[in-house]
Design a protein around this ligand. Structure first.
Ligand code: MN
Length: 352
């Protein structure tokens, strides 16, 4: 039988979460605390999550816990905190859904639904998220085979939702030195068997913050489409999963090791340079305007502007840019400079 999750020769799928695409050759980092504990906590986390360059914010509001006496999450209130934190920092958000009846409620607040590892074979929940209009992050259960994991995803696709991202987070092990074994081999195997994007979760797989970075690098080397990592402003005070959550510095070091901070820094430097150059251009235009007024030369030279714009369009095309967009940008810049020139000349005239 032809399964909807299986590789079908049409290439790898990608999944759009808010404005972030997972798969399609990119590398996506989802980061945030295990659980939303307060508005201040998720806001503080979101701030450094964004600073480090992760694309999506996570935070559990409805938690699946091994013990019914452990913290179960802030529920709907936590979803509100998460949404506001994501919006404040321009990050789409993902959160767990536990009960099939909560799918509608959680969908209203998040950009992506997560089905946690302990819910992987909750077939009623899988069917419910399969009918939702949101992408789904499906964790691999701690004792699930790859086949069972893909069949769990099949339940979601079979209800009409093909926006599924898989996430490997470690399988049951006999060894007490690591709580579970991150099944690195599952990443290339699943990518061979299925068209769905695959992430790894080095946090739950390691159970200890010092193992997160090496496992993250291993996952990337194995071809994962990204990772989900748990971070907390003060992991020692975390109400859940304290031992493996990264603090800000550990998280920034991880992003640096993955090469992500570097890319963002580079863009920040370029943007700052663009602003500096714009300031130089405006100042130069104003200086020239004063000289032109003194010498009685007209301020505008439309022929020169037209020649310049034609040059820029040509240059843009050579560099692989859209000539129309570059043309429009320069029309704006020239207009702005002209406005500043006129203002400066008007002020100078008044003070004389
Ligand atoms: Mn957790």
């Amino acid at each position: 039988m032809e399964l909807k999750t299986h590789w079908n020769g049409n290439g790898a799928s990608s999944v759009l979460v808010g404005n972030v695409r997972i798969g399609a050759g990119g590398y996506t980092v989802i980061a945030g605390p295990c659980a939303v504990e307060s508005e201040a906590q998720i806001m503080a986390a979101a701030e450094f999550v964004a600073e480090g360059g992760a694309a999506i914010l996570r935070g559990g509001a409805f938690k699946v816990r091994t013990s019914p006496y452990d913290f179960q999450g802030l529920g709907a209130q936590g979803l509100g905190h998460l949404r506001r934190a994501g919006d404040a920092h321009g990050l789409p958000v993902v959160s767990d859904v536990v009960e099939p009846g909560d799918v509608g409620l959680v969908s209203e607040s998040v950009d992506m639904l997560q089905v946690g590892a302990l819910s992987m074979q909750d077939f009623a929940l899988l069917r419910a998220v399969g009918r939702a209009e949101k992408p789904v992050l499906l964790k691999r259960g701690p004792a699930a085979t790859i086949e069972e994991w893909l069949l769990a995803a099949e339940y979601i696709l079979n209800e009409g939702n093909s926006q599924v991202v898989l996430c490997e987070q470690g399988i049951r092990t006999f060894d007490s030195k690591t709580p579970s074994t991150l099944d690195i081999g599952s990443v290339p195997r699943v990518k061979q068997l299925s068209h769905l994007p695959v992430l790894i979760d080095p946090s739950h797989a390691s159970g200890a913050s010092d193992l997160v970075l090496p496992l993250a690098l291993a996952g990337r080397a194995a071809g994962a489409d990204g990772l989900m990592v748990e971070v907390h402003p003060s992991p020692d005070e975390a109400r859940t999963d304290g031992p493996h959550q990264l603090d800000k510095d550990e998280y920034l070091a991880l992003m640096h090791a993955l090469g992500i901070v570097h890319l963002r820094d580079d863009i920040d430097v370029i943007d700052r340079e663009i602003v500096r150059l714009l300031a130089r251009r405006v100042k130069g235009a104003v200086d020239i305007a004063h000289i032109k007024v003194e010498e009685g030369i007209p301020l505008r030279s439309p022929d020169r502007e037209e020649d310049l714009l034609a040059d820029f369009r040509q240059e843009a095309e050579l560099l692989g840019l859209d000539a129309k967009v570059v043309h429009q940008l320069f029309v704006e810049i020239i207009e702005y400079s002209r406005h500043e020139q006129a203002e400066a000349v008007r002020k100078a005239g008044r003070s004389e």
